[in-house]
Each structure stands twice: as C-alpha cells, then as structure tokens.
Design a protein around this ligand. Structure first.
Ligand SMILES: NC(=O)C1=CN([C@@H]2O[C@H](COP(=O)(O)OP(=O)(O)OC[C@H]3O[C@@H](n4cnc5c(N)ncnc54)[C@H](OP(=O)(O)O)[C@@H]3O)[C@@H](O)[C@H]2O)[C@@H](O)CC1
Ligand SMILES: Nc1ncnc2c1ncn2[C@@H]1O[C@H](COP(=O)(O)OP(=O)(O)O)[C@@H](O)[C@H]1O
Ligand SMILES: [K+]
Length: 509
C-alpha cells in the first residue's frame, strides 16, 4: 500500500467504488467504524468522547463513530459546525442514524466553545478532511486552538483538520492529533511536513474500495506518487550474482575538491563503495592528491587537472557513474567539470556546489542534459537541499509545496530531483514522485548529504536508473541514520549502511 492519493484522486477512487456498486453510506459506515475502533483503543473501556463534526462527509464519519461509541457505552458528545438542516447526502443519512440511536448533536458556536474539550478523554476531530478548501477561520479555528492547548489526545478522521491532504501544509489553524485513521491509501499530506507531525500515528483502514480503483485513478505511471519504500524500488536492486566480479557492479567516481575540502568527497566515496559499487575512485586535483591518498584504502585515487584532465579520465567507459559537488567549490571551474561529467554516457549525480554553480541558470543545465545520448541519458540526479533548490530554480518555486517544487524542478531540468529535508521528495521528469518518511532528525548533521550522494552514486554504478537509485539511496540513508541513532555523525552512516543493506536483502529474500 505504497501509493499515495491526493484528496482529488481519493474522491475519484470513492466515486469509482460507488459506481461499481458499493453504496457511499457503506463506505462511510466502515470508515466511521474504523474510527470508533481506534477511539476505543485510545480511550480504554470507558470514558468521555467529544466528536467535533464538520459540514461534509468528514463530519459524516464522525456521526457514525459517535453512534458506535455510544452503543459501546461511552459517554459521547457531538458538536456540529453549522446547521444540521444543511447536511446532505451520506452525511445527512449518518446524522439521522445517529439521532435514531438517541444521540443528539449540539451546535459548535461561541456559546458551546467552553465544552471544547470539556471533560473529554479523547477528542475525535471530524471537522474537515479531504474537502478542506480554504484556511479555517472563526469558531472552528478557536475550537482547534482549544483542543491543541488542552493536551487531550486527539483522533483525527482522515486528516487533521486544517491540513491540506495534497501538500501537507497547514491552512490556518490545524489540529495536532496523536492518531489519525485514514482510508484506503495514505495521502501525500500524511507524509509531508507539517502534516506528518500533525497527524501523529496514522492507521489505514480498508473501507471496501477495490484496489482496481487505483489503476483507473492513475492510468499510467507518470504523475503517480508513492511513499518511499523498498516495495517501490526493491525489485530493481539485486544482490551481486554468484558468478559476478567487481566490474559487474560498476565503477563509481567521486570528484574531490581542493586540498582543504576533501572530506566530503571521501565520505561520498566510502558510501558509494559500501552501497555496492564494485570499485570507487576519488578523482582529485593534484593539489589534494596526497591528502586523499593518505586517507583512502579500498577507494582508489586518481589525479586530474581541470575539465580537460577529467574528460581524459572519463574516456574509460568502465567509469559508469560519477558524483560531483561535495566540497567542490562554487564557480566556473566546477561548472565546467559538471558539463564534462554530463557530456559522457555515464550516470551523473550533481550535489551541493555543483548545483550552486548553476545558480539561476537551470537552462544551461537542462541544455546539457538534453544533449545527452545513450542508454543512461536519463540517469542524472540532482540532490539539492531547499537553499540549493531555490538557487537553481529561482525563488518563484519557493511558495509551492515540496512535492510540487520537486516535480517542477525535475521537469525544468530533465533530471531526477531529490529535494532533501526531513521529508525528502524524489521526483522524476515524467511526474513520478516518492515522499520519504524514514529519516531521523539526527541526519541533520554536517556531511550527511555527502553520504547520501555517495550511496546514490554507488547504486547508479550498479545499474539502477536515476529514479530507483535516488529513492533507494534516500531510504537506505534514512535507515542507516536510524540504525546509527542518537548523536550520529556522518562518519557513522557508512558502517550503519551495512546493517541497513543486510536487512533489506534479507527481507527481499
Ligand atoms: N466520498 C466518500 O464516499 C467517502 C468519504 N469519506 C470522508 O469524507 C471526507 C471528505 O468529505 P467531503 O468531500 O464532504 O469534505 P469534508 O472534508 O467533509 O469538507 C467539506 C465541507 O467542508 C466545507 N469546508 C471546506 N473547507 C472549509 C473551511 N476552511 N471552513 C469552513 N468550511 C469548509 C465545505 O464547504 P464549501 O467549501 O463547499 O464551502 C464542505 O461543506 C473524507 O475526508 C472522509 O473523511 C469517508 O466517509 C469514506 C467515503
Ligand atoms: N530534520 C531532518 N530529519 C531527517 N533528515 C534530515 C533532517 N534534516 C536534514 N536531513 C537529511 O540530512 C541530509 C543533509 O544533507 P545536506 O543538507 O546536503 O547536508 P550536508 O551538506 O552537511 O551534507 C539530507 O539527506 C537531508 O534529507
Ligand atoms: K479531520
């Protein structure tokens, strides 16, 4: 269940299920039952539950849950935002079923605000879900603030009210839930920040929408969004063959910066080797050759002079993946090196200074990409953090959600874009995208991005395409971070990668 559906796509899946013969009220009853079950687990055998219900179907799920909880013996209070007479469709039906179970609703207003959260031991947030269309204001916003300030555990229905399901952004005040029950599939907003934090622990309930609805909603691969998970890229990443030799696993190159900034390239090179590249060479300017050579063992060192020298080195076609950027220095020289890397037929990863060296000149980069030929023409990966992204693609892209920005960047450049952060997004030029959620905050440490560059380059060397290598690299980097644990430094990631890979291969069989 790694597919992510936007609220609009989820609406289409709902509609397809209904057209296929599942009545909408049945979907709502199952949704509400799943919410009631989750609430029972939170509240224990007894307790008081406050249901805040909105004017749409999210509120409808809340009415079903309220009725079920009442029947289970909980003390339940329902506060409805708006006029019950304006409820329609399935929500109106669920409301009358709740009333038939002798549970009435109060109206959420200034007069009833002091009952929020009142004596409740759990609040069910059924104000707004997929239908949130604008920032929350007025009494609903005040109720949200009161709930958030109370410390009472909150169970959100579908999404924490106020969170945009497509982008994860908070539109005005937003519920801070301890748990969220959503239906059928996650939405991007459950994984993107701040939505991920506001949703708490998320549970996906099966409400009877057939999996076939997914194919109809998405049609082709392009434009799909996934949670970044081994199920997405695992099939493309095989362990070495029994009769394989090191050249079958590729030869990665990492370009080093000058004598005083070589550590980044070595971190990347070590990670590339650990990620499984058969051979790794640090290509170093002569001034830094000695410092690199004195620190490297399994990784080889070769010296080059300028972009002409790098081009000569790269005439060896066995060098099938190259990374440039970590510690490279910003300017014309790095830019020329990047164009040299891109001129060949190998896979290329550009990070850090290589990206910044194209500040506001994404056209120059896109032009170089469009001139690439050969089987690996599409295997170019850019790994900017937010700052580098803004430098390359311009401030105009800054307002959009991270998912939209990564997609726009991939489309503008023609490369796979890894927009790094706590909620890293990987996007391909054809619109495919994956959102990562396994990275611990401990990864926010100097050099951690260099290790990521190395992992991805090592995977590119083994023949994974740009999107798979980027997704797999980001996931393995996150997993290595979790295994290295608190107080990790970038140096700890390479050894931790060993266990991350061991776990992955043992699960992949
Ligand atoms: N479809 C199905 O079969 C199933 C759907 N399910 C459930 O339905 C939910 C989606 O339902 P939904 O589409 O009715 O949207 P919902 O989130 O209730 O909000 C819409 C209402 O809120 C209003 N409104 C919006 N923003 C507002 C604001 N800022 N401030 C004030 N008002 C605002 C908006 O009014 P309008 O924008 O039209 O003015 C409209 O009245 C989904 O999350 C899931 O829980 C499940 O039961 C499974 C089956
Ligand atoms: N709060 C966070 N939680 C999880 N991962 C993070 C967080 N902040 C940063 N990261 C990850 O750490 C890495 C930092 O990379 P980068 O910004 O290039 O740093 P550096 O240049 O120091 O290596 C990226 O992979 C990013 O996704
Ligand atoms: K909600």
């Amino acid at each position: 269940m790694i597919e992510l559906l936007t609220p609009a796509e989820m609406g289409r899946a709902d509609a397809l299920a209904i057209a296929g013969g599942v009545p909408g009220i049945d979907l709502m009853r199952r949704a509400g039952l799943a919410v009631a079950d989750a609430c029972s687990r939170m509240a224990g055998h007894s307790g008081q539950v406050l249901v805040l219900a909105g004017p749409g179907n999210n509120g409808g799920d809340g009415f079903v849950a309220a009725k079920v909880l009442r029947q289970r013996g909980y003390r339940v209070e329902v506060l409805l935002l708006g006029d019950p007479g304006r409820l329609s469709g399935d929500a109106a039906l669920a409301f009358s079923e709740m009333q038939a179970a002798r549970l009435t609703a109060g109206i959420l207003s200034q007069d009833t605000l002091d009952r929020v959260p009142g004596q409740a031991s759990v609040v069910i947030d059924a104000l707004f879900g997929a239908g949130l269309s604008r920032p929350i204001e007025g009494v609903a916003g005040e109720a949200i603030d009161r709930v958030n300030g109370s410390g009472v555990p909150v169970l959100a229905v579908d999404l924490p009210s106020g969170v945009n399901g497509a982008s994860g952004e908070a539109m005005g005040p937003a519920i801070r839930a301890s748990r969220t029950v959503t239906f059928f599939r996650l939405k991007p907003g459950h994984l993107l920040l701040p939505g991920r934090q506001l949703a708490g622990r998320v549970e996906i309930a099966d409400i009877g929408i057939p999996a076939s609805a997914l194919d109809e909603v998405h049609g082709s691969e392009a434009g799909k969004t996934w949670r970044n998970d081994p199920a997405l890229w695992g099939p493309a990443f095989r362990p070495p063959c029994l009769d394989g030799h090191k050249y079958a696993r590729g030869h990665a190159v990492v370009v080093s910066g000058p004598a005083l900034s070589t550590g980044a390239a070595r971190l990347a090179a070590g990670a590339a080797l650990r990620a499984g590249a058969g051979l790794v060479t640090v290509a170093t300017p002569p001034s830094a050759a000695l410092v690199n050579a004195s620190h490297l063992t399994a990784v080889m060192v070769r010296s080059f002079r300028g972009s002409g020298g790098l081009a000569e080195m790269l005439a060896d076609r066995r060098l099938n993946a190259i990374a440039l950027g970590p510690g490279a220095g910003v300017g014309d020289e790095t830019r020329a090196l990047a164009l040299t890397c891109l001129a060949g037929e190998r896979a290329v990863l550009l990070d850090a200074d290589a990206i910044t060296s194209f500040t506001a000149e994404v056209e120059a980069l896109a032009g170089a990409l469009s001139r690439r030929t050969g089987a690996r023409a599409a295997d170019v990966v850019l790994t900017p953090h937010d700052g580098e992204f803004a430098r390359l693609f311009g401030e105009s892209a800054v307002g959009a959600s991270r998912l939209a920005r990564a997609r726009a960047g991939a489309q503008a450049s023609g490369a796979v874009v890894v927009l790094k952060g706590a909620d890293t997004v990987v996007a391909a030029p054809d619109g495919r995208a994956a959102v990562n959620d396994n990275a611990p905050a401990w990864l926010a440490t100097a050099g951690s991005g260099d290790v990521l560059s190395g992992i991805v380059t090592g995977l590119l060397a083994q023949g994974l395409d740009g999107f798979d290598a980027a997704c797999a690299g980001v996931w393995l980097h996150g997993r290595a971070g979790a295994l290295a644990g608190p107080a990790l430094t970038a140096e700890d990631l390479e050894p931790a990668l060993r266990q991350a890979l061991a776990e992955f291969f043992s699960r992949a069989g």
